[in-house]
Every structure is written in C-alpha cells, then in structure tokens.
Design a protein around this ligand. Structure first.
Ligand code: ATP
Length: 248
C-alpha cells in the first residue's frame, strides 16, 4: 500500500491518490465499510470532472457554511466511516473552531465500527464524541439508520452532514434542521435538499470551512450575517453542474 507521505504535493492526481489511500487504510482499520469504497469511487469520478479543485461557488458555499455554523445555537458535525478515514483531524479542528459537537452516524451501524470511529477521532484530538447513546430517532427512517443522540443531532439546529445518504439527508431536512452537505455530486439527493450544498472533495472542503470560520470570527457579526444571506444554494448547484457537464 502506498504511504500518503510518499505522494508528492505537486503530483497532478495528489488529492485523488491521498483519498484512495486513506479510504483503503480506513477499511483495513475497520472504520470504513466496504460500501465506502464504492462511494469513494463515485466521488472520485465527479472530482475528476470538477478538475480536482475547489471551484469558486464551492468556496462561497464553504464561507456560508462557516457563517452558519458560527451563528448556530447547537451545531453538530456528523461523521461516518468515509469522513473518519479521510479527514479526522480536520473535523476535530472544525468542531473546535465553531464550537460544535461531533457525532458518529453510520448507514450500516455496528457497535464495533461505532467504537472504532470514536477512538480514531479521539486519537486525532477529539475530546467528546457523540453517537453511542442512540437515545433518539429521526422520524421516517428505518430502525438502525434512524438512531441519533438526543443531546446531539436530535437537538441540533445546524448539522453538517458530509457524504450523507440521500434518505437521511431528506429526513433531517424535514425535521427542520439547517443542513450543510459536502458532496462531489451536485445531483445527489443530499446536495439537492441541503440549505448549503458544498460541491467539493471533503479533503479540501473541511479545512476551507475552518479557515473561513476563523476569518469570519475575527471580522464580526455583520460579516457573518452577510456571508449567510449572500449565499444561493440553487446557484451553487448550477455552477457545479455547469463545470462538470461543460467544463465552464
Ligand atoms: P443520494 O442518495 O444522495 O443521491 P448516492 O446514493 O449517490 O446519493 P452514496 O453512494 O450513498 O450516495 O454516497 C456517496 C456520495 O458521496 C456520492 O454522491 C459521492 O459523490 C460523494 N463522495 C464520495 N467521496 C467523496 C469525497 N471525498 N468528498 C465529497 N463527496 C464524496
């Protein structure tokens, strides 16, 4: 297996190679499910078409996401097996920067994977990881996929759900949560139901949200409000689709 550190930063397929390597290691460590490999392959195809770079509309979405997280009463960042494998440290840093909870949420939930992801996040600096209590449900979903923490996602006003399954994204938005989705496919149901869809590789998107959050926190409440109100979700989805279809 290739070591991530051996991939030169200026390699034209750098992000893609790092992503593959981390997902592979995640599967070996029992953090990522085998279905996670398929999700990764699908994402990679979209990233290729986007030019493996953050397009300007995705940067604006990341800024709006940062503002929305900063302005939230109770923001929660949801972590699944791909997210834990790809950006554990970046998720912990974002949670600290915007004062959000981290909650593990799995499509194929097993106690073993829940525990593996929790300790993986702790190894990367997380102080508290939610998701194991599973003492509340998301209405409209079947049993295992519906489980959340009562004082986590259930009580959140804003949730960041990277690489979320479309059904659950829809159910969360029907619960009235303000949803921020990171997904490379602008046509995925998750991206379509999000208040803020960030069409970008999670590897690039999460540190970018953190950078914007640090900037906005310094700039103050007016700048935060402006970044939230200036954002147009439909425009961001259209811009990403135009880049993918026409290279615009
Ligand atoms: P939906 O049900 O929302 O239409 P889907 O069934 O296509 O989505 P899945 O296959 O469950 O979704 O999840 C994979 C999603 O995650 C894909 O949309 C893919 O583009 C996205 N994805 C995979 N890897 C990444 C990544 N590194 N960064 C951002 N998005 C990613």
């Amino acid at each position: 297996m290739t070591d991530c550190d051996e991939i030169p930063a200026d390699h034209p397929r750098h992000d893609s190679l790092v992503t593959r390597h981390r997902i592979e290691a995640g599967v070996d460590a029992g953090i990522t499910s085998r279905q996670g490999l398929i999700a990764q392959g699908r994402g990679e195809a979209f990233d290729y078409l986007l030019g493996e770079e953050t397009i300007p509309s995705a940067d604006r979405a990341a800024r709006a996401a940062a503002a929305t997280l900063l302005a939230a009463e109770h923001p929660v960042l949801s972590v699944n097996g791909n997210v834990a494998a790809l950006v554990p440290e970046a998720m912990v840093q974002l949670a600290e920067t915007v004062d959000a909870d981290l909650e593990v949420n799995l499509f194929n939930r097993t106690e073993k994977r829940m525990a593996a992801i929790e300790s993986h996040l702790e190894d990367h600096g997380a102080r508290e990881v939610k998701g194991r209590n599973a003492d509340a449900r998301i209405p409209g979903l079947s049993h295992e996929r519906a489980k959340v923490d009562a004082d986590g996602i259930k009580a959140a006003d804003v949730v960041l759900v990277p690489l979320e399954d479309g059904d659950r994204a829809q159910a969360l938005s029907e619960m009235g949560k303000t949803e921020i989705v990171i997904d490379l496919n602008p046509l995925s149901r998750s991206a379509q139901v999000a208040a803020i869809p960030i069409i970008d590789n999670i590897l690039r998107a999460v540190p970018r949200i953190t950078d914007h959050a640090r900037d906005l926190a310094k700039a103050g409440p007016e700048a935060i409000e402006q970044a939230r109100t200036d954002f147009d979700a439909a425009e961001a989805l259209d811009a990403a689709e135009a880049r993918i279809r026409d290279g615009l």
